[in-house]
Design a protein around this ligand. Structure first.
Ligand code: NI
Length: 264
């Protein structure tokens, strides 16, 4: 089929971004409107700490193509534990019309703090909140595949997105059978992406997503620089190459998938 370039601009859906981050303080108000002119059709900003929950919600209110998540990151599990109002605060953010998911939640064993026990406790609590409210979840799993999968298996009625996926092809297969979506960040383009291209090969087209995790994880050849949704084109191109489909098809497929899991 002939694509008329001027009429059909392929649109990217950035399923995971942190435009609330201080690294965007200088130029956020110029950068975000420019995304729309550069092929970015939708962005989910991740509200995942007591500090970023209001910021993500405010971005979703300000920009029509922005949505927000609401959850507490495993690195913030101790703060969640210390605050007697944590669950009530999360519930308030989940009531907002542009909140689309609970996340990012999960386990992060890269650092020794907070304790694994506290991280698991708040991962469980937020999965139960997902069961109760019907929201999809956005999972952060860093160096914690075994425990993350064990907890996921205990909540078979929950589904969502494994963000910046870093597990094996076998783990991806199990997640897909459980209804989850696999999201690829700029890491897919790295020379040392390890098993990720293998994962991308086996993930069905209707379960793959792309994201920036910006300002982190800029794709090659921008690695190490501040990331943004415009640079995600490089990730989409890499995914197109691995899947043997066009860039336009990757945009269309991942856009539809994101709309489906975020219920837009
Ligand atoms: Ni993130």
């Amino acid at each position: 089929m002939l694509v008329e370039e001027n009429k059909t601009v392929p649109l990217l859906f950035d399923t995971h971004a942190h435009y609330d981050d201080m690294r965007f303080d200088e130029d956020r108000d110029e950068l975000i409107p420019s995304l729309k002119e550069n092929g970015v059709g939708a962005v989910v900003d991740i509200g995942c700490s007591f500090d970023t929950l209001p910021k993500a919600a405010a971005l979703a209110e300000k920009y029509d193509f922005f949505y927000a998540s609401a959850g507490l990151h495993p690195n913030d599990a101790q703060e969640a534990e210390n605050n007697p109002d944590t669950i009530e605060i999360l519930r308030q953010y989940l009531k907002k019309s542009k909140t689309v998911a609970i996340g990012e939640i999960g386990l992060d064993y890269h650092w020794e703090e907070p304790s694994r026990q506290i991280q698991k406790k708040w991962f469980e609590i937020q999965l139960r909140l997902a069961e109760e409210t019907g929201y999809p979840v956005i999972i952060h799993d860093r160096e914690a595949h075994g425990d993350t999968m064990e907890i996921i298996r205990n909540h078979p009625n929950v589904n969502g997105i494994f963000h910046s996926y870093s597990g094996s092809p076998e783990m991806a297969e199990e997640l897909i059978s459980r209804g989850y979506y696999i999201s690829f960040s700029g890491v897919l383009t790295f020379k040392n992406a390890a098993k990720l291209p293998e994962v991308a090969k086996i993930v069905p087209n209707d379960r793959m997503l792309i994201e920036t995790d910006c300002p982190y994880l800029a794709p090659h050849p921008y690695r190490g620089k501040r990331n943004d949704s415009i640079l995600m084109k490089a990730t989409a191109e890499k995914l197109a190459e691995i899947k043997g489909i066009s860039y336009e098809e990757v945009c269309a497929i991942t856009f539809e998938n994101a709309k489906k899991i975020y219920r837009l």
